[in-house]
Design a protein around this ligand. Structure first.
Ligand SMILES: Nc1ncnc2c1ncn2[C@@H]1O[C@H](COP(=O)(O)OP(=O)(O)OP(=O)(O)O)[C@@H](O)[C@H]1O
Ligand SMILES: [Mg+2]
Length: 234
């Protein structure tokens, strides 16, 4: 579904991503793990069309999207939940969710998808008329995920959804990611929380200073001595 080949990204003179290749097959959860500054967000923003690669190709459902506009990429079925959530303050929960659907015209289906999001995140239904800025961090993460789901993505990109959240919210968020997969959406998950991310992943990749250094199934990576030492506290 998604194929990233020999991707390199520079910020001026700084090379943040070095010849990275990986793929996501339809129906999978693929986790990309790595420490601070490894290049995770850069890869995700490049896939979304917000940052342009200096080299390499990104193919989504057989079409090269290196030069495609971010709007078109969302319309084609690829949405991201950005690092730090970025909900729209001053807009209510409901209005934030509506923003997620702004490229769609299938009004009946949009209504059904609203209900789907409220089913997944009942707290958002309770707070639908509340300013999104007043939500807790965990609730904002749910709203950011709900907003992305309102674009009806085929592939959902998540950038560190567990960041800064209490363990109880983290468990809930990861459970929801599995639900999203079960309902037919493919997921590329970017995380520093290697244990949680690999435990729900079909496959995973380990990123270090802009390069992929290890890959395997989620279970293989969880059992790997290198991953244990570097990411799972021994
Ligand atoms: N806009 C930018 N301008 C210049 N350098 C940048 C910019 N954004 C990121 N970088 C650099 O690129 C490298 C990769 O950053 P990136 O944000 O992709 O890492 P990350 O893996 O997402 O880190 P974190 O876990 O902290 O979110 C870092 O060295 C960072 O300082
Ligand atoms: Mg990041």
């Amino acid at each position: 579904m998604l194929k990233v080949e020999n991707l390199s990204v520079h910020y001026g003179m700084i090379q943040a991503v070095r010849e990275v290749s990986f793929e996501v097959k339809q129906g999978e959860i693929v986790s990309l793990i790595g420490a601070n500054g490894a290049g995770k967000t850069t890869i995700l923003r490049t896939i979304s069309g917000l940052v342009r690669p200096s080299n390499g190709t990104i193919t989504f459902e057989g079409n090269e999207i290196n030069k495609t506009s971010p709007q078109k990429i969302v319309a084609d079925g690829l949405s991201q939940v950005p690092e730090g959530r970025h909900v729209f303050p001053g807009l209510t929960v409901q209005e934030n969710l509506e923003m997620g659907a702004f490229l769609r015209k299938d009004n009946e289906q949009i209504k059904a998808d609203f209900e789907g999001v409220f089913e997944k995140f009942p707290i958002l239904k309770e707070r639908r008329n509340q300013d999104s800025a007043t939500l807790s961090g965990g609730e904002q993460q749910m709203l950011a995920m709900g907003r992305a789901l309102m674009s009806k993505p085929k592939l959902l990109l998540l950038d560190e959804p567990s960041m800064g959240l209490a363990p109880i919210f983290i468990r809930e968020i990861f459970k929801t990611i599995q639900e999203i997969q079960a309902q037919g959406t493919t997921v590329l998950l970017i995380e520093q929380n290697a244990k949680m991310a690999l435990s729900i992943a079909d496959r995973g990749y380990v990123l270090e200073t802009g390069q992929i250094v290890l890959k395997g199934t989620g279970a293989e990576l969880l059992a790997s001595e290198e991953v244990k030492k570097a990411y799972l506290g021994g």
